[in-house]
Write a protein that binds this ligand. Structure first.
Ligand code: ADP
Length: 309
């Protein structure tokens, strides 16, 4: 069983408003409502790949109940920790006329000490049955930035691979826990380095330093430019073809799902990177977030070129 951890999930609502103007009222169709959160995207893609996973994290209030029901309807396994405060809502206004996307992202609930302890209890129990753990996204208020580092240590004690996909301070501290894999994009790696990284060589240099700190794999995603897998002993580069992009949101999460699937099924490094890229690309070709079609993945796999640097 693969476990995904989504500590600050959200109901994502998107409205299509052509010619969106601030300071004006707009009559709109009902918004498209989805159970959002990076870990939930990972779980959804894993399911499409035929791999069941268990979703953990915090859910509260009516929004929390809605997400729980939605996941149930989608046949996803879950064991969320119930909290007092309301799970957040995130709003996106998509204006196709102007190709803009305006977002309102709530900070989300505050998690109490007691709720954190209850989560850790569930996490420790489920850990015993897990083969791989994936923690994705930002932390809710109430959890200290070292929280991922804390759970990384628990996972390491069980000798299970831990994937960490986060940014900022929680990534910096998370790296100190020596996760099995991190997946920064160019912006996240630059933020970590404290300077804008433009060239591949600069990015690889930072990734190698991270590996020397104890992270086994740095999966560096480069959007339309493919990806790199950096390890202490190996550096692989994935060159990808141009694809018809519809919506790349969630491509990083889909990439993580592809990587987890590959590790879980004993693929070698090159094939794992190929599969990870194919999943990210397949997601970018769909309107829905965290959605891939296995037939398209199959086709893309043969078009990705992996080289050793
Ligand atoms: P994130 O969503 O975390 O920022 P990326 O945008 O780098 O991650 O996307 C992850 C992977 O998805 C990329 O490495 C690539 O394989 C694929 N992908 C994303 N955007 C595109 C795109 N515009 N064209 C082709 N592939 C893409």
């Amino acid at each position: 069983m693969i476990i995904t951890v989504t500590l600050n999930p959200a109901i994502d609502i998107s409205y299509r408003v052509n010619n969106f103007n601030i300071n004006k009222g707009h009559r709109v169709e009902n918004g498209l409502k989805t159970a959002g959160g990076k870990g939930l995207n990972v779980s959804r893609v894993l399911k499409q790949l035929g791999e069941q996973s268990l979703c953990l994290g915090f859910l509260g209030g009516q929004n929390g109940k809605w997400i729980k029901k939605r996941l149930e309807m989608d046949g996803m396994e879950q064991s969320f920790t119930t909290i007092t405060e309301e799970t957040r809502t995130c709003l996106a206004i998509i204006d196709e006329d102007h190709s803009t996307q305006t977002e309102l992202l709530e900070k989300g609930p505050n998690v109490s000490e007691e709720e954190k302890e209850r989560f850790l209890e569930t996490f420790n129990q489920q850990l015993k049955k897990a083969k791989l753990i994936i923690a994705s996204g930002s932390l809710p208020l109430g959890l200290e930035p070292s929280f991922y580092k804390e759970i990384c240590k628990l996972v390491k004690e069980e000798n299970i691979p831990f994937f960490l996909d986060t940014s900022g301070e929680s990534l910096k501290l998370g790296i100190e826990g020596s996760p099995f894999l991190i997946k920064p994009n160019q912006e996240e790696l630059s933020q970590f380095a404290g300077k804008e990284l433009m060239k591949i060589e600069e990015m690889v240099e930072v990734a190698v330093k991270i590996c020397n700190q104890g992270v086994q794999n740095v999966l560096l995603s480069l959007g339309e430019n493919g990806a790199m897998l950096v390890r202490k002993d190996t550096i692989l580069k994935a060159d990808i073809p141009t694809i018809p992009v519809v919506n790349p949101v969630g491509s990083g999460d889909s990439m993580i799902a592809g990587m987890a699937y590959s590790i879980n099924n004993g693929f070698d490094l090159k094939e794992s990177l190929r599969m990870a890229c194919a999943c990210g690309m397949a997601n970018a070709m769909e309107a829905k977030t965290g959605f891939v079609q296995p037939e398209i993945i199959k086709q893309l796999l043969s078009e990705i070129n992996i080289t050793t640097l």
